[in-house]
Ligand binder design. Structure first.
Ligand code: FE2
Ligand code: FE2
Length: 344
C-alpha cells in the first residue's frame, strides 16, 4: 500500500479527490453537529504554520490520545471531546473529496499529541516576510524623517509598545491575521502611501512626507490594545467595544502630549489615525481631509484587497482561477495568466 504523505494545510489544497493524507496542527475551533440520522459529527478548523483547513469528523471517526506514548481511545463524547482537543496539537489521517465543485476534507482518525514534543508555538502562523527585514525597513522609514517626527517615532516605537507592535496580528481574520501581521501591514501601507505622496508631490501637490510616514506607521497603533495572541489571534474586550480607531487616537494623543509633539503636527497625524478607514460606515468619524490622510487611507484599503487577492485559494481544476465571491472585499478575484507568466 502506498505510503500516506504528511502534508501541510497549504499542500492540502493541491490534493485530488480520494487522496489520503496525514496532517499535523492545532485544533483552533470545533463544533458538534448532528447528521440527518441524529448521529453526532464534528466540524473543526485545524491550523498550522502555513494556514488552516476546515474538516469534518463523522460519527465513525476515531479519536486517540497518544500523549503518553500509548494509543488510548478517546471517547467521542459530544460534551467532552471539544474540551479535550480544543487548542491542542493533533495529528490526523484524512481524505480529500469534492462536493459541488468545492474541495472538502474528512478526518478518519485524530491523534491527540504530546504538547512537549509538538509545541503549539510551532503551529502558529507567522508573517511570510522575514522579521529582520521588516524591522530594518521600519527603522529606515523612521530615519528618513526630519528631527521632530523622527525623535517622536523613535520614542513611541520602543519598549513595551514596540514589543507588542512587532508581535501582534493586524486582524483576527480577513487580513494579516498572524504573528507579525500588524508590522507587515503597517510597512506595506506606509511604503505605498509614501510612493503615492511622492508621485503627487512631483505633480505639485503640497504634501508632507514626514506626516505621511508618521501617519502610516501610527494609523493602526490602536491594534496593540485591540488584539492578543491567545495563542491564536483574538480580540480584546476594549478592541471589541471601543475599536482600534478610538483606542489608537486616544493612545496617540497621550503619547503626543507626553513627548511634547508640536500641536499642529499632532493634529495632522491624529487626523490620519482617526480618518484612515475612509468612510463613516467603516468606523471613521471624519473622512480624510488632507492629502496626507488621503494617501494613507487609500493605501490602507489597497493593502487589504491586495492581501485578499494574494491569499485566495486556487480553484485547482484547470479553469481560469477565479475566487468565490469575497464578502469583505465585495468582489471575485482573478489570478490571471499574466501574473503566472511573470512569476509574480
Ligand atoms: Fe485600521
Ligand atoms: Fe490598517
Amino acid at each position: 500500500m502506498a505510503e500516506i504523505r504528511t502534508l501541510t494545510t497549504s499542500q492540502l489544497r493541491q490534493t485530488s479527490s480520494g487522496e489520503r493524507f496525514k496532517v499535523l496542527g492545532v485544533i483552533q475551533q470545533i463544533k458538534s453537529r448532528s447528521d440527518k440520522n441524529n448521529r453526532p459529527f464534528w466540524e473543526l478548523s485545524l491550523v498550522d504554520s502555513e494556514g488552516s483547513v476546515e474538516a469534518k469528523v463523522w460519527s465513525d471517526g476515531k479519536w486517540w490520545d497518544t500523549r503518553s506514548g500509548e494509543k488510548i481511545p478517546l471517547e467521542p463524547d459530544v460534551s467532552s471531546i471539544a474540551a479535550v482537543v480544543l487548542n491542542a496539537p493533533v495529528g490526523a489521517i484524512g481524505t480529500a473529496s469534492e462536493f459541488r465543485g468545492k474541495q472538502q476534507f474528512q478526518f478518519l482518525e485524530v491523534f491527540l499529541l504530546d504538547p512537549e514534543r509538538f509545541p503549539i508555538s510551532s503551529f502558529i502562523q507567522s508573517s511570510p516576510v522575514p522579521i529582520e527585514r521588516m524591522e530594518g525597513d521600519f527603522r529606515a522609514m523612521i530615519l528618513s524623517c526630519g528631527p521632530e517626527v523622527r525623535t517622536f517615532l523613535e520614542k513611541v516605537f520602543s519598549g513595551n509598545i514596540w514589543k507588542s507592535f512587532r508581535e501582534l496580528p493586524a486582524a483576527v481574520s480577513h487580513h494579516h491575521a498572524y504573528v507579525h501581521g500588524l508590522l507587515e501591514h503597517t510597512l506595506s501601507v506606509t511604503m505605498a502611501a509614501r510612493a503615492l505622496a511622492e508621485a503627487y508631490k512631483r505633480s505639485g501637490v503640497d504634501i508632507d512626507l514626514d506626516v505621511v510616514t508618521a501617519g502610516g506607521l501610527l494609523h493602526d497603533i490602536g491594534k496593540i490594545e485591540s488584539y492578543k495572541l491567545d495563542p491564536f489571534p483574538s480580540m480584546t474586550v476594549p478592541g471589541t467595544v471601543i475599536d482600534h480607531i478610538a483606542l489608537g487616537y486616544s493612545r496617540f494623543s497621550s503619547l503626543a502630549e507626553e513627548h511634547g509633539l508640536n500641536a499642529d503636527l499632532a493634529t495632522a497625524i491624529g487626523h490620519i489615525i482617526i480618518s484612515h478607514h475612509g468612510r463613516k460606515e467603516y468606523g471613521s468619524p471624519v473622512l480624510p481631509a488632507t492629502p496626507e490622510a488621503m494617501v494613507v487611507s487609500s493605501a490602507d484599503e489597497l493593502d487589504f484587497i491586495m492581501f485578499c487577492w494574494g491569499t485566495f485559494p486556487e480553484s485547482g481544476n484547470g479553469e481560469p482561477s477565479i475566487s468565490d465571491f469575497h464578502t469583505s472585499a465585495q468582489r471575485r478575484f482573478w489570478r490571471s495568466k499574466f501574473a503566472e507568466e511573470d512569476g509574480s
